[in-house]
Write a protein that binds this ligand. Structure first.
Ligand code: SF4
Ligand code: FE2
Length: 627
């Protein structure tokens, strides 16, 4: 009842589509039509352009490329290149943040907000801390972190956080990741014309490259972001386009890297600027987030979330966005052109995400705060250009409780541990609930939106059905924002749960879907699964916990899915990876990896069928554990 249905969300979209038509603006659904039907060779992963003898396309009549590569080699090479690109994206994001940590200072723009987390990482990496200045320690930690990208020997440090069984599997299978850059470069090298043509070895390198992401780049990104901006704690916020305000200066921060958005959020609170907004006739400045930047600032500041990936155009279509400023990843190149149909200023900030038609203001850590203030002032100055006739804000919004990193989950579990101090800080209460069957298991729902399916629908249906079946959900990225928009990130959402899960939610005082952060924070989920497995005394592949990406679309998602499988957790996909032109590759990603890591993909484009698959998978894990 107290939920926003998919039909309501779609009605909002339709309303905004009218606004687009009124100004003759094109949106993604127009381009979907123009691109349909999709290229069959691309869809099946059997088009190769890795050398200029090609491009070569595999058909029944032409089963090999000019060099002799078959469908399996071509599909596997394309797939590995996606993993490499995804690993690069998360890792490069992390590297930027490490540089910010390296240059953090008490007088500078960026300070250390979570000293405890820095000290514990220093301890893990054997950096001396006794009697040292915190910023000196930070520099040493950052230097070690930066070496993870290019160290000449050794493997990723965070691998030692995995279960001992997992580490053994990775070592025995030869997929322990070396330096992050090395794995990406090796992947690119292997897929160069005239190298590996055996699909299995390309898949193996995909696993290794992905572990360099999940247990390397992404984990570094999450750790260092927490150190610089604070480890998230529980906060109440709101989500969906209704968070845009008619009588305020609206600024949307969009992308993934919080280094930029943190400063914009801080600048928007400066009294001088809010006063300035009032002189322009606005009631104040309203900062909202979009995509993973939204998750980052919501978890740390309670900044409200305007929406997920496929709402980026909708935000502009409301006609009330004075400025959209973006950092990196998942930003439609269509946005500057769309912004031109309105008064919206579109600002890019990163040298690696340049888009024609945007105002580019290159963001520098040394001048960050001043730049952020200038940007906010620019938005305020734009308020007077808003055209009343183009304004259309769908009123939909919901309350959301966000901010559940592993530290916060442990805190809640400690709250119900009534006995001994030595039991504090463990997942034992959750394990007991799973063993007793009160909870059947947990599912991590992650990923993007994808117009190949009815957007948001699969997420929504899968979430509702899992809750009814006493499955606790942890969510990140755009999946978490579907839950936000629907109103499922609430204590009240317990009424959608089975009796067991409802009891757990009441006892532990949590919503049934825990918002763990951005896509880069899927590393937190790996640590959660690892923590549960360790306290259980088993390996991650044995626990009734799985991953699910109903609407994934990016290369980052391919890399993530690979590291989740590498961690021993099955991944349920609602969108088929682009390898279907090779029967061998389909076999390798669904079954073949099981022999390597103990896990694989289960693919089903029907969300209701996918739920059945998930429930069967979880029950099978339980049976194997004898519970
Ligand atoms: Fe064709 Fe082989 Fe060149 Fe690919 S690498 S384009 S299959 S000749
Ligand atoms: Fe994301």
């Amino acid at each position: 009842e107290n939920i926003t249905t998919i039909e309501q969300m779609e009605a909002d979209n339709a309303m905004l589509k009218q606004n687009a038509c009124a100004v003759c603006a094109e949106t993604y659904d127009d381009r979907v039509k123009a691109q349909s039907p999709h290229c069959k060779f691309g869809e099946g992963g059997i088009c190769c352009k890795n050398c200029s003898m090609g491009p070569c396309r595999i058909t029944a009549k032409a089963p090999r490329g000019i060099c002799g590569a078959d469908a399996h080699a071509i599909a596997a090479r394309n797939y590995l290149r996606s993993v490499a690109a995804g690993t690069s994206s998360h890792s490069d994001h992390a590297r930027e943040i490490l540089h910010v940590l390296r240059n953090a200072s008490p007088e500078g723009n960026y300070k250390i907000r979570d000293e405890q987390k820095l000290l514990s990482l220093a301890k893990e990496w054997e950096v001396p801390t006794e009697g040292r200045d915190i910023y000196d320690i930070a520099r040493d930690v950052a230097d070690i972190g930066l070496m993870e990208f290019g160290k000449p020997e050794g493997t990723q440090r965070f691998v030692s956080r995995a279960t001992p069984e997992r580490q053994k599997v990775w070592a025995e299978q030869g997929i322990l990741p070396r330096a992050i850059d090395r794995e990406v470069v090796t992947a690119m090298h292997m897929t160069h014309m005239g190298n590996t043509a055996d699909a299995e070895f390309l898949v193996r390198q995909g696993l290794r490259t992905s572990i360099a992401n999940g247990w390397g780049g992404s984990m570094l990104g999450t750790e260092v972001t927490d150190i610089l901006f604070g480890t998230p704690t529980v906060r109440t916020t709101e989500g969906n386009l209704g968070v845009l305000e008619k009588d305020m200066v609206n600024i949307v921060v969009h992308g993934h890297d919080p280094v930029f958005s943190e400063m914009v959020v801080t600048a928007a609170e400066v009294k001088e600027l809010t006063d300035y907004a009032k002189t322009k006739g606005a009631k104040g400045i309203n900062i909202v987030g979009l995509c993973c930047t939204a998750n980052e600032v919501a978890m740390r500041h309670g900044v409200r979330m305007a929406g997920n990936f496929l709402q980026q155009e909708n935000a502009i279509l409301t006609g009330v966005v004075e400025m959209m400023c973006v950092d990196i990843q998942c930003i439609f190149p269509a946005l500057p052109q769309l912004a031109e149909c309105f008064h919206t200023k579109f600002v890019t900030s990163s040298p690696i995400a340049r888009i024609p038609g945007a105002t580019h203001i290159e963001f520098k850590p040394e001048t960050a705060f001043q730049q952020a203030k200038d940007i906010v002032k620019m938005a305020v100055d734009n308020y007077q250009n808003r055209e009343a006739s183009k304004v259309c804000i769908p009123p939909s919004k919901k309350n959301a409780v966000v901010g559940y990193p592993t530290e916060q989950i442990i805190k809640h579990l400690d709250g119900v541990t009534n006995s001994h101090v030595d039991e504090l800080g463990s997942y034992k209460p959750a394990i007991d609930a799973i063993k007793a069957g009160v909870l059947r298991g947990a599912v991590a729902i992650v990923g993007c939106n994808n117009p190949r399916v009815r957007p948001d629908y699969s997420h929504f249906e899968i979430m509702k059905e899992l809750l009814q079946n006493d499955i606790l959900i942890v969510a990140t990225g755009c999946a978490a924002q579907v839950a936000t928009k629907a109103g499922l990130l609430n204590y009240d959402a317990k009424y959608y749960c089975g009796a067991g899960l409802r009891r757990v939610c009441e006892l532990v005082h949590i919503p049934p879907i825990l918002h763990m952060g951005a896509c880069v924070d899927i590393s937190r989920m790996m640590l959660l699964a690892t923590g549960i497995a360790k306290d259980w005394g088993v390996d991650t592949t044995q626990i009734p916990v799985v991953g699910c990406a109903p609407e994934w679309m990016s290369e980052k998602a391919v890399s993530i899915a690979n590291y989740v499988v590498s961690t021993g957790l099955d991944v349920y996909l609602g969108i088929e990876p682009q390898v279907s032109g090779s029967a061998q590759m389909m076999e390798l990603i669904t079954e073949g990896t099981r022999k390597i890591t103990g896990a694989g993909y289960i693919i089903n484009t029907d969300p209701h069928e996918l739920v059945k698959n998930i429930l069967a998978g979880i029950e099978a894990k339980r049976t194997a554990l004898g519970i």
